[in-house]
Design a protein around this ligand. Structure first.
Ligand code: ATP
Length: 489
C-alpha cells in the first residue's frame, strides 16, 4: 500500500487534503492524473450501466434532503456503528473491527516487553487475546456505544433543531423519493433501474487504508426495480435479478482489469443482514491490506418504497397492467463507491518488471481507464522541426483523446515516466520523420508508436495517426494493428 500511496502522490494522482496544514483525516484530493482516472471510471460505468441499456435511466438528486427522508429510511435511528474508546490514549475504534488490526501488547509474562501482534492472533507468551487498546496497548476499552455516522448540518441561518438536516450518507434514498417522478415522466415498465453517481458523507469512526474508507465518498448506485409477482427462468424475479447483477458486476470488474483471483463473493449471514435486506452479497477484493468489501449487492425488497409511502402519505406503487393491480416493486441494489474500485484497479494494474537489467514500474491500466491515452515525445528537443511537429501531433490527437507532450528528459526516461502512470501509447517524432536538410535528406513523415505492455514499436505515417488510434483506443488489439506496419527496434 505504501508503494501505491507514494506513487499516487509523486505522479499527481492523489494528495492528502489540506496537506500544508497538516492534512485532514480521511479526505483526499485528486490531482491532474487522479481526476482523469476518476472521470474515466465514472464515465465508463455510466456508459456500460446506463447509456447502452434500454432498462436504465439516470438521476442526479441533491445532497441535502428533507430530514424525514432519513427518518423513513431508518438512517436516523439505525445508521450507526458500535464504537469503543481507549480510556488511556482516547483513540476511538469501531468495536467490530478492533480485532482486524495488529495490536500493541505489553506482555506480563516477559516483564512487560512490548510486542506488536498480528491481527486476530494471541500473545505467544502469556496467551492474552486483545482486551486493551490495540494502539497504545495500555488503556482499557469502554463498552461499545452506538455512534450515528451521518454528518449533521443546518439549513438556513439559524442553528436550531427545526433546521437540522444531514449530508446524505448514501445516494440511494434520492432515487427512492423520486421513484414516482421518474416512473411517470419516463413511462417505464418493470423491470427497470435508476442510476446515479454522487457524493455521500459518512462520519466513519476509523477511516483509513488510504482511499478505502473515507468520510467524503462518491457512490455509483443503481436501484433496480422488479415486479415481485414475476418469475424469470423459473425463479422469482427479485432472486433472478439479484444473481444477475452480481454476475454482471464480476464481469465488469474483470473487463477493466481486475483479476478474477482477486475477487470473491461473500454472502451475508442471516444475523448480519441489514434490517431491509432479504439477501446481501458483497463482492470482496484482495486489497493490499487484505480481503475487504469492494461493493455490496442487496435485495432491499419493498422496504424503502413502503417506508417512504408511509412517512410521506404518497402512493409509491406501479400499476401492473397484466394483473390489473398496484404493486410495490422489489429493489435490487448494486451499490459501489468510486474510491474502492479506483484503488483496486490501481493495485491490480501495478507491476514491477525487470527490463534489460533495470527495474520498470508500469501501471497496466485498461486503455479506457488510463488517465493519459497518448504521449507525444520529440527525440531531440534541440531540433525545431521535430519539436514543432510533435506539438502539432499532440494538438491533433488531443481533439479525441487526452494527449500530452513531454520533452523534459531523454527518450528512455520519458517512456518510463509514461509507463509509471499507465499511458498505453507513446508517439515519437525523430530525425527520420522530419529529415535532415544539412545532409540533403528528406523526412519520411513517419513516427514511431510504442505500446506500453509489450514495449513493441511500429513505424506509422503521421497522417494516419487518427485512424490508427481510433482502432487502438477502440476495440482493435495491438497485435492486429501492429501487424500492418513495419516493426522498429
Ligand atoms: P463497510 O462495511 O466497509 O463500512 P458498508 O457495507 O457500510 O461498507 P455500503 O453501505 O453497502 O457499505 O455502501 C456501498 C458501497 O459504498 C461500499 O461497498 C463501498 O464501495 C462504498 N463505501 C461505503 N462506505 C465507504 C467509505 N467510507 N469510503 C469509501 N467507500 C465507501
Amino acid at each position: 500500500m505504501d508503494v501505491l500511496v507514494s506513487l499516487c502522490k509523486r505522479r499527481g494522482f492523489i494528495f492528502q487534503s489540506s496537506e500544508i496544514y497538516g492534512g485532514t483525516g480521511s479526505c483526499w484530493d485528486y490531482g491532474p492524473l487522479g481526476v482523469e482516472l476518476r472521470n474515466n471510471l465514472t464515465r465508463v460505468w455510466w456508459r456500460d450501466f446506463v447509456q447502452v441499456r434500454d432498462d436504465m435511466v439516470g438521476l442526479d438528486a441533491s445532497i441535502l434532503m428533507h430530514p424525514m427522508v432519513w427518518k423513513a429510511s431508518g438512517h436516523t435511528d439505525k445508521f450507526t456503528d458500535p464504537m469503543v474508546d481507549c480510556r488511556e490514549c482516547k483513540l476511538r475504534f469501531r468495536a467490530d473491527q478492533v480485532d482486524e488490526q495488529p495490536w500493541t501488547h505489553y506482555c506480563p509474562a516477559t516483564k512487560g516487553n512490548k510486542f506488536t501482534i498480528p491481527a486476530g492472533e494471541g500473545c505467544r507468551h502469556c496467551g492474552a487475546t486483545r482486551t486493551l487498546c490495540p494502539e497504545c496497548g495500555k488503556g482499557e476499552l469502554t463498552a461499545p456505544r452506538q455512534f450515528n455516522l451521518m454528518f449533521k448540518t443546518f439549513m438556513g441561518p439559524v442553528e436550531e433543531d427545526a433546521t437540522l438536516t444531514y449530508l446524505r450518507p448514501e445516494t440511494a434514498q434520492g432515487i427512492f423519493v423520486n421513484f414516482d417522478n421518474v416512473l411517470q415522466a419516463m413511462r417505464l415498465k418493470l423491470p427497470f433501474g435508476i442510476a446515479q453517481v454522487g457524493k455521500a458523507f459518512r462520519n466513519e469512526i476509523t477511516p483509513g487504508n488510504f482511499i478505502f474508507r473515507v468520510r467524503e465518498l462518491e457512490q455509483m448506485e443503481i436501484e433496480y426495480f422488479v415486479n415481485p409477482h414475476d418469475t424469470v427462468e423459473g425463479r422469482p424475479a427479485d432472486e433472478y435479478w439479484h444473481q444477475r447483477w452480481i454476475d454482471e458486476y464480476l464481469a465488469w470488474f474483470e473487463r477493466y482489469g481486475m483479476q478474477r483471483e482477486n475477487l470473491r463473493l461473500r454472502e451475508h449471514d442471516k444475523d448480519e443482514l441489514s434490517h431491509y435486506s432479504k439477501r446481501t452479497v458483497d463482492i470482496d477484493y484482495r486489497f493490499p491490506m487484505g480481503w475487504s468489501e469492494l461493493m455490496g449487492v442487496a435485495n432491499r425488497t419493498d422496504y424503502d418504497l413502503k417506508q417512504h409511502a408511509k412517512f410521506s402519505g404518497k402512493s409509491l406503487t406501479y400499476f401492473d397492467e397484466e394483473r390489473k393491480q398496484h404493486v410495490v416493486p422489489y429493489v435490487i441494489e448494486p451499490s459501489v463507491g468510486v474510491e474502492r474500485p479506483l484503488l483496486a484497479f490501481l493495485a491490480d494494474a501495478y507491476r514491477e518488471e525487470e527490463v534489460r537489467g533495470e527495474k520498470r514500474v508500469v501501471l497496466r491500466f485498461h486503455r479506457e481507464l488510463a488517465p493519459i491515452k497518448i504521449a507525444v515525445l520529440p527525440l531531440l528537443k534541440k531540433r525545431g522541426e521535430i519539436v514543432s511537429m510533435a506539438h502539432d501531433i499532440r494538438a491533433r490527437l488531443a481533439r479525441n483523446w487526452r494527449t500530452v507532450y513531454d520533452d523534459t528528459a531523454a527518450i528512455g526516461r520519458l517512456y518510463r515516466r509514461q509507463d509509471e502512470v499507465g499511458t498505453p501509447y507513446c508517439v515519437t517524432v525523430d530525425v527520420k520523420t522530419v529529415g535532415d536538410p544539412d545532409k540533403g535528406e528528406a523526412g519520411d513523415g513517419q513516427v514511431t508508436i510504442r505500446e506500453r505492455d509489450s514495449m513493441e514499436q511500429v513505424r506509422v505515417p503521421a497522417a494516419e495517426l487518427e485512424s490508427v488510434f481510433a482502432m487502438l483506443l477502440g476495440e482493435t488489439p495491438w497485435p492486429e494493428v501492429a501487424a500492418r506496419y513495419p516493426r522498429t527496434a
